[in-house]
Unconditional design. Structure first.
Ligand code: UD1
Ligand code: UDP
Length: 373
């Protein structure tokens, strides 16, 4: 019996690992356990609740306004006893967070084989995104099996001399999660109190612009520029509504509530559970974000995305024309948003449904590989 330990810590890792956890639980011949570092707390728990996952190990590490030094050190220190207790053959980590990097290193020290889901994304800029580009590069050095979401991410790994036999192109598990959620949302008897509440709070008969943002390299002046742009858009277009579920990082909460509070057509709300967020994405006209996951989900829903970053490790949707990089330049954010609001042809070109990130079968491919390994 092969033993798998799946480790994650933040909201996006949980969303993207949840379908793999569920699929592995159902497979014979494996014993699978889940360990959460809880680098995030409330935002992680929302996901666990929706996907009905009860972790076997909860390191409960989140601290208010935590720093990378202590977070990294405590993850490694706490992973030791989990690895000694369960003695997994395989440890699965996801993406590029501090949990990913520190759990991969811990797994490597324990002698387990490291399996990296969403491997091979790169901007080739060490400080952007920070610290994710370095986290995922380190994870690649520690990894035995690289589950790359696209051919482009496989190419990045080949360029780093990783043997081709250890790279498997699977599609991104985010599409597995998205399809699962869309199906659940459309089921006849599904009701969600959070969605019902949202329907009361926002006027979704108006054109909606959905916003999310949290990147560390945008903290400070970046967020000030972003907020100025959003304010200008809201004041120029009283007929539309901006909805912004604000990330719980205090470096995001402070500028956003200070600079955007009290503007009638900007709704600042708490982070949403995954199904409510998917519902809101579907209802939106435009999405403005610096998120990695949202860049992958929105093109599948046919929503134009303006990405508030200077680089992206997800070039596929940019090349297909459904995503535009606008950085944190106030003028550029306002210009590109107004162009989408005012130019129908441009809007239609950007809103074609495009799905370069997967077909919903990524988890199946990962498990098929592990079964025969
Ligand atoms: C982290 C990841 C980032 C990922 C993002 C997803 C690192 C270094 N950063 O960034 O790669 O894209 O998550 O959202 O791994 N907080 C809460 N409750 C929560 C979550 C966060 O209060 O449920 C607050 C806490 O004060 C916490 C702070 O946000 O200390 C920062 O959390 P942290 O995980 O360090 O950074 P993120 O910006 O969330
Ligand atoms: N998301 C969510 N609730 C929200 C905002 C986002 O469930 O209020 C989901 C979103 O659908 C995507 C993921 O969270 O799957 C993205 O997380 P985040 O932007 O925090 O991290 P990143 O993807 O940039 O690492």
């Amino acid at each position: 019996m092969k033993k798998n330990l799946i480790v994650f810590g933040t909201r996006p890792e949980a969303i993207k690992m949840a379908p793999l956890v569920k699929a592995l639980y159902q497979k014979k011949g494996f014993e699978t356990k889940v360990c959460i570092t809880a680098q995030h707390r409330e935002m992680l728990d929302q996901v666990l609740e929706f996907f009905e996952i009860n972790p076997h190990y909860d390191l409960n590490l989140m601290r208010p306004n935590q720093n990378l030094f202590t977070l990294t050190a405590t993850i490694i220190e706490n992973m030791k006893s989990v690895l000694e207790d369960f003695k997994p053959d395989y440890v699965f980590v996801h993406g590029d967070t501090t949990t990913t990097m520190a759990a991969a290193l811990s797994a490597f020290y324990s002698g387990a084989k490291v399996c990296h889901v969403e491997a091979g994304l790169r901007t080739f800029n060490r400080r952007n995104p920070f610290p994710e580009e370095i986290n995922r590069s380190i994870a690649s050095r520690l990894t035995d099996f690289h589950f790359a979401p696209t051919e482009a991410s496989k190419m990045n790994l080949l360029m780093e001399n990783i043997p081709e036999k250890d790279i498997i192109v699977t599609g991104n598990t985010v599409i597995d999660a998205l399809l699962f959620s869309v199906k659940k949302l459309k089921a006849k008897n599904y009701t969600d109190p959070e969605i019902e509440q949202l329907k009361q709070r926002i006027d979704y008969s108006k054109k909606l612009i959905l916003i999310t943002g949290h990147r560390r390299e945008n903290h400070g002046q970046g967020f000030i520029n972003i907020c100025k742009a959003l304010k200008e858009i809201a004041l120029n277009h009283p007929e539309i509504q901006l909805v912004y579920p604000v990330h719980l990082n205090p470096n995001v909460q402070k500028p956003v509530y200070e600079l955007l509070g009290g503007i009638p057509n900007i709704k600042l709300i708490a982070p949403l559970s995954y199904p409510a967020f998917v519902w809101l994405m579907e209802k939106s006209y435009i999405i403005i974000t610096d998120s990695g996951g949202v860049q992958e989900e929105a093109p599948s829903l046919g929503k134009p995305v303006l990405v508030m970053r200077n680089t992206t490790e997800r070039p596929e949707a940019v090349e297909a024309g459904t995503v535009i990089l606008v950085g944190t330049d106030t003028e550029k954010i306002v210009f590109e948003t107004q162009k989408l609001l005012e130019n129908k042809n441009h809007y239609q070109k950007m809103s074609k449904t495009h799905n370069p990130y997967g077909d919903g079968k990524a988890c199946e491919r990962i498990i098929d590989f592990i079964k025969i390994e």
